[in-house]
Design a protein around this ligand. Structure first.
Ligand code: HEC
Ligand code: HEC
Ligand code: HEC
Ligand code: HEC
Ligand code: HEC
Length: 401
């Protein structure tokens, strides 16, 4: 009898486990923790009449150059970006994605009254009478960064602005809301959210001060605007006082020149003692960021390809490597491995060959490519791209005599 009872319990447990895992495989998935910092939209009800409907063109009337620069950036396309749109629809068009890609209340077709669940996955929504579809298409618009509680936030604080201004302690405070987001939950074993990016910075500063929150001093030293908004002396408005300002350019993974600034690299021959062997080493150091290379969504990656070429330029041997974050999504979210390059670190990849086996080598070559997203994922989410999704950022060839 006791034996029978034991097997009934085991069978029951196996069934429960099976049902649980099946549910983990098919459940709608909330892949990141919804943090209070970005779960609420920016409320714009007290907008001064001078700022009109808060569109970028309203600001452009006075701040023309800032507007022209912003228009060239991915911030102005954070909603219309075809890759975002394809991914968002593939991911059940979740409301929460809007809170960073279109953060103003007027950019949202629905207001969130509350949530049906504790994880804030399932919002209770009603139509938003103030919804402005044109403003929605501006994505991360001027007001997304500059408008708070009826005022324009800035870091100067001593200007002759016709609109109310509130002074920020640090310009990087603006970036942190969307770009440095953390989250802990029992079933997410990864520390940084999938987009919302450079949270590796927070994780490392956490280790130092153990508080979990970034203090203003930390935020000021993050350097985001120093690298992503080049300093420039110019008037803020036509004919105004010349001031220390910053270009509104935010280059990143979409810009080959920016990615090239992230590292120094070289290919060279290393001496080996083994007879008839030759060894070539490619060395890459993350010297130009303060975060990982690459950073951003886990789609971003670098590929390094080391090749032996014959006299006609045909590849006779090739070795490839990836600098990428690999995440398992189901049944649990686990950061499996991360081969990206932390700031200041050097990585070496070598290609060794025997001259007996490869006697027709005429050159050794390395090619490094940056990928916004890989082909598999593009196909899976049905993203029809027009701009290239990968490009070369480094190459070097050594001729062999
Ligand atoms: C009617 C003209 C006008 C409009 C419209 C306007 N501004 Fe300004 N803004 C100014 C002037 C003038 C200054 C101060 C220039 C100076 O003293 O050098 C200023 C200053 C600023 C500053 C610097 C504040 C600081 O202390 O750092 C920011 C930021 C700013 N404006 C953003 C905006 C944004 C965003 C909008 C649109 C939502 C906007 N402005 C609309 C005229 C305008
Ligand atoms: C309201 C949220 C929000 C804020 C605030 C914000 N960003 Fe962004 N940022 C985004 C989103 C969303 C994207 C991606 C848009 C897309 O590609 O669909 C982005 C893209 C970028 C990129 C370009 C990435 C690429 O793919 O080329 C850089 C660089 C960047 N942001 C830097 C900054 C910096 C620096 C600040 C602070 C001054 C800042 N951002 C503030 C949401 C924000
Ligand atoms: C992604 C966030 C972001 C967006 C979008 C944005 N700004 Fe700014 N802006 C900043 C930050 C950060 C600063 C402070 C830079 C610094 O340290 O001087 C700033 C500064 C300014 C200044 C003051 C001069 C200066 O450089 O300090 C003006 C004027 C301004 N922005 C206007 C605009 C206008 C107009 C738009 C829209 C066309 C816009 N900004 C969009 C983040 C943003
Ligand atoms: C020392 C310069 C430097 C500093 C400081 C820096 N970055 Fe970067 N950032 C870069 C370079 C170079 C790249 C391009 C290579 C890459 O993607 O890692 C980049 C890429 C990015 C991207 C593009 C990711 C994508 O998906 O295309 C984002 C977003 C970004 N940085 C945000 C930030 C934020 C937010 C901060 C502050 C917390 C910051 N960066 C600090 C230099 C810097
Ligand atoms: C916490 C703020 C935040 C939330 C919430 C958020 N994003 Fe993002 N997203 C960003 C930032 C910042 C970037 C730009 C840097 C990067 O590449 O990660 C970005 C970039 C992206 C990109 C890359 C776009 C490109 O041009 O290559 C896609 C796709 C994307 N997000 C989809 C989504 C989807 C789908 C959701 C909802 C499930 C979502 N995002 C929710 C902040 C956010």
């Amino acid at each position: 009898m006791p034996f029978k009872k034991k097997s009934v319990i085991i069978v029951a447990l196996v069934i429960v486990l099976f049902i649980f895992l099946t549910w983990r495989f098919i459940r709608p998935m909330n892949i990141f923790v919804i943090d209070g910092r970005f779960s609420e939209p920016v409320i714009t009800s007290q907008t001064p009449t001078l700022l009109g409907n808060l569109k970028a063109e309203e600001c452009a009337v006075c701040h023309r150059e800032f507007y022209t620069e912003w228009q060239t950036t991915i911030h102005s396309q954070a909603w219309t970006d075809p890759y975002f749109q394809a991914d968002w629809k593939f991911d059940n068009a979740q409301h929460i994605c809007r809170s960073c890609h279109t953060p103003l209340d007027r950019q949202l077709p629905h207001n969130v009254l509350g949530y049906r669940d504790r994880d804030k996955y399932d919002p209770i929504m009603e139509d938003n009478p103030d919804f402005d579809p044109e403003l929605q298409h501006e994505g991360v618009t001027c007001a997304a960064c500059h408008y708070r509680d009826g005022k324009i936030v800035g870091i100067l604080g001593n200007t002759n602005a016709p609109h109310p201004v509130k002074k920020l302690d640090s310009a990087n405070e603006v970036c942190v809301r969307c770009h440095v987001v953390d989250g802990d939950r029992w079933d997410t074993f990864f520390r940084f959210p999938p987009c919302g990016t450079v949270a590796e910075i927070q994780s490392s500063s956490k280790a130092e001060n153990n508080t979990g929150e970034l203090s203003v001093k930390d935020i000021d030293s993050l350097g985001c605007v120093e690298c992503h908004m080049p300093a420039v002396e110019r008037p803020l408005v036509e004919g105004g006082v010349v001031r220390q300002a910053r270009q509104h350019l935010w280059r990143g993974g979409h810009d080959p020149e920016m990615v090239k600034k992230a590292f120094t690299a070289d290919l060279f021959e290393q001496a080996v003692t083994k007879k008839n062997k030759r060894k070539f080493t490619f060395e890459i150091t993350n010297t130009g960021t303060r975060h990982y290379l690459p950073t951003g969504t886990p789609d971003r990656h670098l590929t390094v390809s080391l090749r032996l070429l014959d006299a006609k330029g045909n590849i006779i041997k090739e070795e490839s490597h990836k600098l990428k974050r690999t995440v398992m999504w189901r049944p649990f979210i686990v950061d499996l491995w991360d081969t990206r390059l932390p700031y200041g670190e050097t990585r070496r990849y070598s290609l060794e060959y025997s001259q007996d086996r490869y006697n027709d080598v005429s050159a050794v070559e390395v090619k490094v490519r940056y990928h916004l997203v890989d082909e598999d994922r593009v196909k899976r989410i049905n993203y029809q791209y027009r701009e290239p999704i990968d490009y070369e950022v480094f190459s070097k060839r050594i001729n062999i005599s």
